[in-house]
Each structure stands twice: as C-alpha cells, then as structure tokens.
Design a binder for this molecule. Structure first.
Ligand code: UD1
Length: 377
C-alpha cells in the first residue's frame, strides 16, 4: 500500500494555545503569519477557556481577526491548582489526537504552564513565546509559570536581550534560545490606525481633554484592603487634576465589593469605572492618554511602543527594557510615591528617555515562524 500524506511532509502542524486576555494579541499575528505560509504551516488554535466572559475573550477574537478556536477546553475560573490541572487534563487528549509538530504557548498565565507540561511529558515539542522575562518576585503566580515553562520548553523565543541573559544564567543552553522581539507590537502596529479611528474617547466625553487611563488587577494590589486602599488614596489626588478612565477587570470588580470599597471608589469624582474594553477600544484610549497607570505587564510594553508615559503600580517589573529604553516608571504602591510620580509627569519634570527596543518592529511573528522551521528536526 502506498502512503499518501494529506499535506507536504515539510508542513508543520502547530497547536497555538490561548487561555487568557493577554494571550490573544500575541497569538493573533502568529496565526496570521502561518496562514500566509500555507505550504509550510498548518495552524490550529486551542482555547483553554481560562478567560470566558465576552469582554475578556470573544471580543478579542473579533478585534484581532483571530480564527475561532478549533478546540475550546471550557476550563473557566478556579483555584490555581484546580485550573492548572483542568487545563492539563483536557489538553492532553487534544495533543494525542492531533499529533502536532509543535505546540506554541505564550506569556505567563496558568494555561501557558499547564499546556507546556502536558507536551513535555508526551514528548511533543513546545515553543514558548515571551520567554525569559523575570520579575524576581516569586510571590507572583506568573513568575512561577515563567520559570517552569522556560525550564521545560524546547525553544525559547525572547522579546528583549535581558531575557536571553536570564535564561543563560538559569543554565538553559544557548541553542534553545532565539531573540525574536516583541510579538505584541506586531498586533499594535497592525491595529493602531483602525483603533485611532474609533469613537471610544468621544463616547466617554473625553474629546480634546487630557485624561489618565488606569488598569488594576494584580492579586497583590486588589485582593487585600491594606494594599488597595493606599492606591485609592493616590487615585483620589490624581483624579482631582485629571479625569481617570478605569476599565475594571472582573477580579477587581469583585474585590471592590468584597472589601467594602464600593462607596469609597464611587465617591472619587472623575474616576470613571467602565466595563473591560476590547483590544481596539483600549488602544484608542491608551494611544491618546496623557498618562497610563497600570499593574499589567503588557501595557508597560504597549505604552513604551506608543511613547505614552506609564506609571507601573508594582514594586518590580519583568519588563525592565520598558524602564531603560521606554516610557515606564516603576513607582510601587505607596500613596505619596504614586502622587509624586504622576505630578512629575503632569508638570513635565519626569524622565524623557524614549527609544524603540530592538526588534519591536512589527515583524516578530515572521521570525517566530522561521525559528520553528529551523528548530524542527
Ligand atoms: C490572569 C492571569 C494574569 C493575567 C490576567 C489578565 C494567571 C495566574 N493569571 O489573571 O497573569 O495578567 O489573567 O487578565 O494565569 N473572571 C471573570 N471572567 C473571566 C475571567 C475571570 O469573571 O472571563 C473573574 C473570576 O472571578 C476569576 C477572576 O476573575 O476568579 C480571576 O481570573 P483568573 O483567570 O483566575 O486570573 P486573572 O486575575 O484574570
């Protein structure tokens, strides 16, 4: 009997894993690049369902033109152990059935680690996009996900040279590391013009006005009253000078209620709480903001690429290049330090370094595909 392959032998079948909001803008340009090379790549998309609300998931598929998942694992929210275990249990049969050449995981969420672990145990090759970022803060769940995923992945695709240094220091062989640049910037560059044409600002009554944009969702900031309240005190002071738009993450909305902070937050005049925004609406607001305040990782990078001042409300960052070369200032969570940093931005005395980090050029997805081809044996 003659064996006739369904696709050319050289074609790589790749499962691209998405799970949570910050994954979608990283995977979309990679899948699009694979579709532009149909003779070489057969991309599949698996959504773990870690994030499931329309505003946290579906709207990103639409905004980013990401194809509907080939498989949805429907995992949902749970404790870290239960969520990670559920992803593993449901992902394993998909890998066994599809027999991919590569599984590609991105970022540092629970789905990233869970899927990487499934693959390494099955002997299926895993590539980690955004490898090598380190905050050095092991109380962050994401730091544990990063450390472990990088130890077990076969190919480590890094966004900045500092990531290569961390990986080498952790004993990862040079040949497993490839500096490809920042794939989020591929999405940003592709979508910026469209986002700017939206009426997001107008709909919020911000036309022609200076405003700040705020996001907060880190458990270390929002899960405890003693960490959330000092941030609120700073926001009270900043909002007295500049309206603040605050798309509220579901975790944060829940903790505001649970911690009995609803009235205090509602009393801050000019703090506008709105539902989480889709990718394009958020980009419309971030690209026009006077100032961004955030505890997100990706927003530190997007503001650097946009040249918008960013105050990071954390004690550390796993993205130091945004401080060294970009617009990011890590201010911590002390009330007076946040107010002082915001004042420095508003009165023009803040730092002004600004350059584009190397390979944040909109072509990272192409380099990722090249690396997958080169490292496939
Ligand atoms: C997760 C990631 C974090 C990332 C963030 C972006 C981990 C460990 N954390 O944190 O790295 O920065 O996503 O948003 O993977 N919820 C909803 N609807 C949803 C999703 C979540 O209501 O679609 C609520 C649930 O109450 C849930 C809580 O938000 O318990 C937290 O969700 P979870 O996915 O556990 O963590 P995030 O805080 O979103």
């Amino acid at each position: 009997m003659i064996f006739v392959p369904l696709w050319p032998i050289s074609m790589l079948k790749v499962i691209n894993v998405v799970g949570a909001r910050p994954n979608f803008m990283k995977v979309a340009p990679i899948v699009a690049a694979m579709k532009r090379r149909p003779a070489s790549f057969q991309p599949l998309v698996v959504h773990t369902g870690q994030h499931y609300d329309s505003a946290m998931s579906d709207s990103f598929f639409q905004d980013l033109d990401l194809p509907n998942p080939d498989t949805h694992l429907g995992v949902g929210s749970a404790s870290h152990a239960v969520q990670t275990a559920a992803v593993m249990e449901r992902f394993e049969p998909v890998v066994l059935q599809e027999q991919p050449d590569w599984v590609l995981v991105v970022g540092d969420v629970n789905s990233t680690l869970a899927c990487a672990l499934v693959c390494v145990k099955l002997g299926v090759k895993v590539a980690h996009v955004e490898a090598g970022l380190r905050s050095r803060d092991r109380t962050m769940p994401e730091e544990i996900n990063r450390l472990l995923t990088d130890q077990i992945a076969d190919l480590l695709l890094t966004p900045s040279p500092d990531a290569d240094v961390y990986l080498l220091a952790e004993g990862i062989p040079r040949e497993r590391i490839r500096f490809v640049g920042n794939v989020m910037i591929d999405s940003l560059q592709k979508n910026l013009a469209v986002a700017r044409q939206l009426q997001t600002k107008e709909q919020l009554g911000l036309t022609g006005r200076d405003y700040a944009l705020l996001t907060l969702h880190r458990p270390s900031n929002v899960d405890l009253r003693e960490s959330f309240e000092p941030i609120l005190s700073a926001l009270e002071a900043i909002a007295s000078k500049l309206p603040i738009v605050f798309p509220v993450h579901p975790r944060t909305r829940k903790t505001i209620a649970e911690l009995g902070l609803t009235d205090r937050v509602a009393a801050i005049k000019d703090l506008r709480m709105i539902d989480p925004l889709g990718y394009l609406d958020f980009l419309n607001l971030s690209s026009g903001a006077r100032l961004v305040l955030t505890d997100s990782g990706g927003i530190q990078e997007e503001t650097t690429a946009l040249g918008i001042p960013c105050l990071t409300l954390r004690e550390n960052t796993e993205r130091p290049i945004t401080v060294e070369m970009g617009t990011n200032v890590v201010v911590g969570t002390d009330t007076q330090k946040i107010i002082a940093a915001a004042n420095a931005e508003l009165n023009g005395s803040a730092k002004k370094t600004m350059a584009s980090p190397p390979l944040w050029d909109g072509h990272t997805s192409e380099r990722i595909l090249d690396a997958l081809e080169q490292f496939h044996t």
